[in-house]
Unconditional design. Structure first.
Length: 265
């Protein structure tokens, strides 16, 4: 039986014309942004795009295990490109990414619960399995717990999402990046620490930092270019700004040691 297909409703990409305003040095090695879903993928993707020629942007699809064979050309070492996806740790993923500079993007699991709940409840996500949960069918607290413990047959538990999209990759030559670090340096781009950070961040993708890097980062990180920025999500319920203590304890129960392993807490 075919699995239900999720559809993300978003406006057309607007960043391409901005990228072409800057002189670009071609990628010499395949670069892949891998991430735990709902951890700021669009933000980092758009920043990196500002430093890569548009003809090397692979933007047909987010690459996942389910569609890897359809989009394997994006990872061809003979034709370096920058692509993005949520590739689970698996044998086929390892072989496909053997020659790539791979970055793993994560965020604090506490905040992940809220981000995933907000997106799952939004009008921008049309998913036959999740749509019935909208419009007050479940409470906010119940929805947060579903994001932590999973929905049998419909959505992974937090532990599974982080294990196979991030933790299992650690120690295999990938580069771990935290969403919160990106946001912190975006708030003070003029600081010397920001220059050091973004030089190191881009180097993880095989990209050198040009003199006009601040301008590029500002354009790439502008929220109007993100299809899934928070203010663009239409959510019929009000979620808290900070994960409640009961849900924090549930996260710690479900995935003990995860936050510390990723550098949080």
């Amino acid at each position: 039986m075919a699995q239900p297909v999720a559809v993300i409703r978003s406006k057309p990409d607007t960043l391409g014309p901005e990228v072409r305003k800057f002189a670009q040095a071609p990628l010499r090695q395949t670069a892949f942004l891998n991430s735990v879903p709902k951890c700021g993928t669009h933000l980092l993707r758009n920043i990196v795009r500002m430093f890569v020629p548009t003809e090397q942007h692979y933007d047909r699809e987010f690459i996942q295990v389910q569609n890897l064979q359809q989009h394997i050309g994006a990872l061809n070492p003979a034709r370096p490109q920058f692509s993005v996806g949520h590739l689970l740790f698996a044998d086929i993923s390892l072989m496909a990414l053997k020659h790539a500079n791979q970055v793993i993007l994560v965020r604090d699991p506490y905040d992940y619960v809220l981000a995933r709940a907000r997106f799952s409840l939004s009008d921008q996500l049309d998913h036959p399995e999740l749509n019935p949960l909208k419009n007050g069918a479940v409470s906010v607290e119940q929805m947060m717990n579903l994001m932590i413990f999973g929905i049998p047959g419909k959505g992974p538990a937090l532990r599974e999402a982080f294990t196979f999209h991030a933790v299992a990759w650690l120690g295999t030559g990938v580069h771990l990046v935290r969403y919160e670090d990106i946001v912190a340096h975006l708030k003070d781009l003029e600081a010397a620490a920001a220059e050091t950070y973004f030089r190191d961040l881009l180097a993880k993708f095989g990209i050198s930092l040009p003199d006009d890097w601040r301008h590029r980062v500002r354009v790439g990180s502008a929220r109007e270019h993100s299809a899934t920025s928070r203010e663009k999500l239409s959510v019929g319920m009000t979620l808290p700004e900070v994960l409640p203590d009961d849900q924090k304890r549930a996260v710690d129960f479900m995935a003990p040691g995860l936050r510390e392993l990723l550098g949080y807490g």
